[in-house]
Design a binder for this molecule. Structure first.
Ligand SMILES: [Cu+2]
Length: 120
């Protein structure tokens, strides 16, 4: 025997529909660049940038921290010139990615160390 009142169904929908409308109207994100600038942490360890290739958005900040005992830099190869300067063990340096494109960089002290930022 079903004791549920017949009215329960329409009542439930009457409550549900306005709630869904509010979600649809109120939940929109601004168009275009829909995420706030982020911070990306990279490590320099074992004579390598980790990760060696990083994808990020224009406006994001990249922070390198040197985990090796020897000093390193992260230095862009193109124009405009940028670089962290020499980072001793435990030091961090940062770069704010402004221009879109692929931006190779290397370590001035150990040019065999190479990395790449893919800025979207
Ligand atoms: Cu180095």
């Amino acid at each position: 025997m079903n004791l549920r009142p017949r009215t329960s169904s329409w009542w439930w929908h009457a409550m549900l529909v306005p709630g869904v409308l509010i979600l649809l109207v109120g939940g929109g994100e601004p168009e275009g660049h829909d995420v706030a600038p982020r911070r990306h942490s990279l490590e320099i360890q074992g004579m390598a940038f980790r990760p060696a290739v990083l994808e990020l958005e224009a406006g994001d900040t990249v922070v390198w921290t040197n985990r090796d005992m020897v000093p390193h830099t992260a230095t862009g190869t193109g124009e405009p010139a940028w670089g962290t300067g020499i980072l001793s063990q435990g030091d961090s340096g940062q770069f704010v990615a402004r221009a879109r494109g692929t931006t190779p960089y290397f370590c001035e002290l150990h040019p065999i160390m190479k990395g790449k930022l893919i800025i979207r």
